[in-house]
Design a binder for this molecule. Structure first.
Ligand SMILES: [Zn+2]
Length: 377
């Protein structure tokens, strides 16, 4: 056996150790790369980010690079679990840890926060998102003209609000957003900016969207985690007995699915119209355009034992004048909703998400939300 074969075999053995079989940074399975200076195994995508912090991280391929004996020893001695204990020692519970499906800005800032800025390994660090208040400028998309303009945003833990101002010295905010109604999610492609963040919130029971970005990836991710920190603080006050594990899923969350479907109105004679749909857990919202400020409408998806059902296809006799063929019917206690998808894959994927949501038991808060929906429609 040659020296390099021996080394590859030794590396493969180290990879078998618990914790080394998923990427240390995003959790993707079967990492084929490593940082031989940090002692972690990582996926291809994360290795690309590590290459941008060469002063700290020296990237090597498990199968293709030449490894020195002392580098092998270092990997054997360290590895993902022990290294996480160091670099993720003090990650706050609300801090968003990205997975391999998340966008570049989240994954890159997670890696930089851990290894470059050492935000979670040095005791006594004052983390900017822990401060309870945040005041700064973000580029915000204009509601009707689609133009991005610099706006002042103020986040306050004490008030439980996020406000924004159209003029820097304005006394009155343009909007006061209650943090408990916020969902924030990175949407770079939709917004057309690598740091694009969508902030969805409720105002008078209707859904509003604003779209923001900051040229600095660190700034926008700090805003995102600051919002999560304030939300957790708010929830702890609202639900004093609840554990962190119960509250963290209530912070910002990714949409389950987004995309175009066709839908028809309540009388089902209006014709099918193409709309942009966003599924945020039990709320299926629809918009004329993905970047609209207001939802045109929404459907609450309750539990299947409480009058909510889903079927593939459209009821027989439906006058279908749309261009898409793959139907979905949702029955709620109030009415029937008819949708069509462009492809069968799309239909199956939407159906799966709807049926997952409808199979999940409802929390008391969700029963309250259902009641407000019934009140509205
Ligand atoms: Zn990764």
């Amino acid at each position: 056996m040659s020296g390099s074969e021996r080394k590859i075999r030794a590396l493969r053995e180290i990879l078998q150790k618990p914790g080394n079989n998923t990427c240390a940074d995003c959790g993707a399975p079967d990492p084929e790369w490593a940082s031989c200076s940090l002692g972690v195994f990582i996926c291809l995508a994360c290795s690309g980010i590590h290459r941008n912090i060469q002063e700290i991280s020296k990237v090597k391929s498990v199968g293709l690079s030449h490894w020195e004996d002392q580098e092998l020893e270092f990997m054997a001695k360290n590895g993902n679990e022990p290294t996480k204990k160091i670099y993720e020692a003090t990650v706050p519970v609300y801090y968003y840890k990205p997975n391999h499906k998340d966008c570049q800005v989240l994954r890159e800032q997670w890696i930089r926060a851990k290894y470059e800025r050492k935000e979670f390994s040095e005791a006594g660090r004052n983390l900017i998102y822990e401060e309870g208040t945040r005041d700064g400028m973000l580029m915000k998309r204009g509601r009707d003209n689609g133009q991005f303009l610099n706006r002042r945003f103020v986040l306050s833990e004490r008030e439980g609000t996020l406000k924004y101002f159209t003029k820097f010295d304005a006394k009155d905010p343009k909007a006061v957003i209650k943090v408990d109604t916020i969902n924030a999610t990175f949407k770079p492609e939709k917004i057309g900016n690598p740091n694009g963040l969508q902030i969805t919130y409720l105002k008078a029971y209707s859904t509003r969207n604003i779209f923001v970005y900051h040229d600095s990836s660190k700034e926008i991710v700090d805003w995102f985690n600051s919002i999560r920190a304030v939300q957790l603080h708010y929830l702890k006050v609202a639900f004093p007995g609840a554990t962190d594990a119960e509250l963290v899923p209530k912070l910002t969350r990714n949409f389950l699915k987004e995309g175009y479907m066709e839908k028809t109105g309540p009388r089902q004679t209006e014709g099918f119209k193409k709309r942009w749909f966003t599924l945020d857990h039990r709320r299926l919202m629809y918009f004329k355009d993905p970047l609209d400020a207001f939802a045109k409408g929404e459907v609450f998806l309750g539990n299947k034992d409480h009058g909510y059902q889903i079927f593939p296809g459209l009821p027989s006799g439906t006058h279908h004048n749309g261009s898409w063929q793959h139907g979905i019917t949702i029955k709620t206690p109030e009415r029937c909703f008819l949708f069509t998808c462009e492809t069968e894959e799309d239909q199956e994927s939407w159906m799966k998400h709807f049926s997952d949501v409808m199979s999940a038991p409802m929390s008391p808060q969700e029963f309250a939300m259902e009641a407000t929906f019934r009140h509205k429609h």
